[in-house]
Ligand binder design. Sequence first.
Ligand code: ITT
Length: 199
Amino acid sequence: MSLKNSEIILATQNKDKIREIRKILGYHFKIVTLKNFPEIIEDGKTLEENAIKKAKTIFKITKITSIADDSGLEVDFLDGKPGVYSARFAGKNCKYEDNNKKLLKLLKDVHYKKRKAKFTTVVAIVFEDGSIKTTSGSVYGYITTEPKGNNGFGYDPIFYYPKLKKTFAQLTTQQKNKISHRAIAFKKAKKLLEAEIRD
Ligand code: ITT
């Protein structure tokens, strides 16, 4: 099967992630998503457990090579929180903005040096033969004292990346996709996919 004809399915409901992942993987694969996405309870203790659970669930339904992304933000001052609970940090069905507000409140008056944070993405792939592989990527920065920038999504407006002196939300998608946790993890995943799917 050639790369172009080989379908892969993204086991995510998050449209912002889909937008970034499509650009990172490029146009070599036929990337599809599922309209009637089942409810998947993300009850794993780690990003890896959740990523595998999502990819496996979608593979069971579709039998297409399934790829899931589980990501989280770990803040040093909060002993690694929100971590695996990043999506629902401010409660069930909360908005990105609610999470950011909660985080800024918890870090109120905390010194810059103690605001270190890490974004991590774990990608899980379930191949057509049912075998599973994972990759990961992390990026380090600081939590700002107020949101800045309108690009990206989630915690991007409050994640300051010192090397570029900008928050992730001040970067274009192209810039974010050069350095982000998701880009690192998916570039590794792309290599695995290419090796597995090529003629
Ligand atoms: P799926 O499970 O359907 O993939 P989700 O939004 O629930 O979508 P996660 O469980 O991986 O995804 O939750 C991660 C949360 O962390 C996400 O909702 C965002 O709030 C945040 N997040 C993930 N990637 C991010 C990024 O690149 N920049 C900023 N915030 C991000």
